[in-house]
Design a protein around this ligand. Structure first.
Ligand code: 6R9
Length: 648
């Protein structure tokens, strides 16, 4: 980007003197991204430095640190050998049932080496894929690091996903090895992970993908189904390898695949986002520092699940790349009492606390007394991620959790970006915060808001968020589907990356993120596709047509509401409704449970046969409508509205 263009960016025009330090840094970074990221990458260890910082010869398949060789675990573990960090706590783990364990960097290093060796003995090597279906226990980061150490590729599947959802991901990634646990507690009751994993393996086998090894971590000690020859206990396996086992971190090229993580998009099939061994590492390392101003004495706690990208970056790789101490919590955030998080902040002396608006809203709803009785003097920075934060929730977070003395770092980003893209960066300089705004793009990132025609919108006018230059944390592509990568992210406003979010900039250039502009929902911060849910409903023999819309919810942000047209011979009933809800849960997981299923005679569509889900949502909410003239049959809309009104 030329200096001229940078000077002309609207958010450069006005700033107060405090922001100048930040904006000057930012300006320099985007003026020459190659130079900037070259410097950032040199803060890490490489077996071999790159020949080229960025190869942009085949856009949008940008390749970073080409010719370079490194390994994430070299920087996350081996780097700390011989330093004080090796004796430091890497993870304070707390089980929902109160069990506790702390894992030092040394222990993590030893355990990862042993498990790497074990996986290697199963034939796992560079570019093999390993699916990990584990609850929030230390073995989850251990498994991820062990896979990465071998140059293999992990696909972590959220432990709340169903057998079908797990099977789909095993099949797509063609994994021969699955790592899981016997069971884990959720709200005091065991969730039988191994059973679900077995079901998934059986479903995957029908599609011709045979899982040969299932490694089972013993968490609760429950009885589990067992298949001799295929299943092996983690602890029995590990007992074969001594503390001094060493596996050399496999040299990975900068543009080799580090991991894949499935996420929902605008079509039914979840897509495997591929992140790179060099670029993701560099980006995560830099951003973690900028977001949290991370220091040796910090105790960082991302209260999220590793099964989503937030956990990959901010529980596993980010903290470990900085030798930081992280809290790993297994259970429900309000169990057994609504002050569980605040009690834990005090117990571990947490200095940086990061969670989602959904969690903030839920904890607020229990009443201020639960948080007010905790002083939490160690806290110094709060963070928020996953959805837009409502200004009143922001104020509550600031006053009651941060006691008015902790800046709130609102981080906008997505699975595809590796780490935050638009957010305050207290690790560099301060900017004045505005409740509900993620402030400015991070160094090296140029973002903009465009209208339908691809022109930047004036201040105050809503548009589509785009990223204008490549960045090291960008995906290598979609696993097995390069065309879809181009289509989803780069076809609407080429050559820019289209995020899929609505945004607006204010007079001072601050970015305000306004939620998804497509068929993606954020239900309690979890990313789900309406079309995935519609596909699930269609699997039921009674369903002829299905429609899913995200409706606003005071706690979860959004909840899915389904409408179905039944096939001839089927009649609406309470029983059928429950069956349909179950179909969605069985195909995706409990997180996707529809709020209700409405029975309608027809699904409203446009004349061209498209379901306009956002428009229908506005109709159901009695909001000012967008253009409804293209809807083919007004009576279908009326019927849907009547069914919804009755449900309310
Ligand atoms: C990290 C993560 C991505 C979508 C994204 C946007 C929403 C994330 C946000 C935010 C407003 C924030 N989102 N952070 N919206 N303010 N600070 O959540 O990744 O699960 O892929 O979801 O989340 O809509 O497009 P992912």
């Amino acid at each position: 980007m030329s200096t001229n263009e940078i000077e002309n960016l609207p958010y450069m025009e006005k700033y107060n003197p405090y922001q100048k330090a930040y904006l000057d840094f930012w300006k320099e970074s985007v003026a020459d991204i190659r130079k900037f990221w070259d410097q950032e990458a040199r803060k890490l260890l490489w077996y071999r430095t790159w020949d080229k910082v960025l190869d942009d010869s085949n856009p949008p398949f940008y390749r970073w640190f080409v010719g370079g060789e490194t390994n994430m675990t070299l920087n996350a573990l081996d780097r700390w050998k011989g330093t004080y960090v090796f004796n430091k706590v890497a993870y304070y783990w707390e089980g929902e049932d109160g069990s506790r364990r702390s894992v030092s960097y040394r222990e993590l290093y030893e355990e990862v080496n042993r498990f790497s060796k074990a996986l290697q003995d199963f034939g796992v090597g560079p570019n093999s894929t390993v699916t990990i279906y584990l609850p929030m226990i230390p073995e989850l980061p251990i498994a991820m690091l062990s896979v990465v150490r071998l140059g293999a590729i992990h696909s972590v599947v959220f432990s709340g996903f169903s057998a079908q959802a797990l099977a789909d991901r095993i099949v797509d990634a063609k994994s021969k090895v699955l790592i899981t646990a016997d069971a884990y507690p959720r709200r005091g009751k065991p969730v039988e992970t191994k059973k679900t994993a077995d079901d998934a393996v059986a479903i995957a086998a029908k599609s011709g993908v045979n899982v040969e090894h299932v490694v089972v971590v013993r968490r609760l000690g429950t009885d589990v189904p067992w298949k001799e020859g295929r299943d092996v206990w983690y602890h029995e396996l590990m007992s074969k390898y001594s503390d001094t086992t060493y596996v050399r971190p496999e040299p990975r090229k900068g543009d080799d695949v580090l991991y894949i993580l499935y996420t929902s998009g605008t079509t039914g099939k979840p897509k495997g986002i591929m992140h790179s061994a060099g670029g993701n590492m560099v980006y995560v390392h830099s951003v973690f520092k900028w977001n949290w101003d991370i220091r040796p004495e910090d105790v960082h706690w991302t209260m999220a699940d590793i099964g989503w990208v937030t956990g990959h970056t901010y529980i596993v790789y980010g903290p470990l790349l900085h030798g930081a101490t992280e809290v790993l919590y297994e259970g429900a955030i309000d169990y057994p009492k609504p002050d569980r998080p605040w009690e834990m902040v005090e117990r571990y002396g947490v200095t940086i606390f990061y969670t989602s608006p959904t969690a903030e809203r839920a904890l607020r709803a229990y009443g201020d007394e639960w948080v007010d009785k905790h002083e939490m003097p160690t806290l110094r920075i709060l963070g928020t991620v996953g959805e837009p934060i409502n200004p009143d929730v922001w104020h509550w977070y600031n006053e009651h959790v941060g006691k008015g003395r902790c800046p709130i770092v609102d981080t906008w980003w997505m699975t595809e970006t590796s780490a935050a893209m638009i957010s305050p960066a207290p690790g560099i300089a301060t900017v004045t915060l505005k409740p509900g705004s993620a402030t400015f793009p991070l160094p090296g990132i140029v973002a903009d808001v465009l209208d339908e025609d691809g022109k930047p919108t004036p201040p105050g006018v809503k548009g589509y968020l785009v990223i204008k230059q490549p960045w090291p944390g960008m995906p290598l592509g979609i696993w097995g589907d390069p065309e879809r990568f181009v289509k989803v992210y780069f076809s609407r406003f080429p050559p820019y990356f289209q995020a899929g979010d609505y945004a607006v900039r204010d007079e001072e250039g601050y970015f305000w993120l306004l939620g998804r502009a497509d068929e993606v929902l954020k239900v309690a911060g979890h990313r789900l596709g309406t079309i995935e849910m519609e596909d699930a409903l269609l699997k039921h023999p009674a369903v002829a047509e299905s429609l899913v819309i995200g409706m606003p919810d005071p706690t979860k942000g959004e909840v899915p509401v389904a409408a179905v047209v039944l096939k001839p011979g089927y009649k609406p009933s309470e029983e059928l409704k429950l069956e349909l809800i179950k179909v969605v849960r069985d195909n995706i997981g409990a997180i996707a449970t529809p709020e209700t299923v409405l029975f309608v005679p027809k699904v409203p569509k446009t004349r061209s046969g498209k379901i306009m889900r956002r428009l229908l949502r506005d109709i159901l909410l009695n909001r000012q409508l967008g253009d409804a003239t293209t809807l083919e049959d007004p009576s279908a809309v009326e019927a849907l509205k009547a069914a919804w009104d009755e449900f309310k």
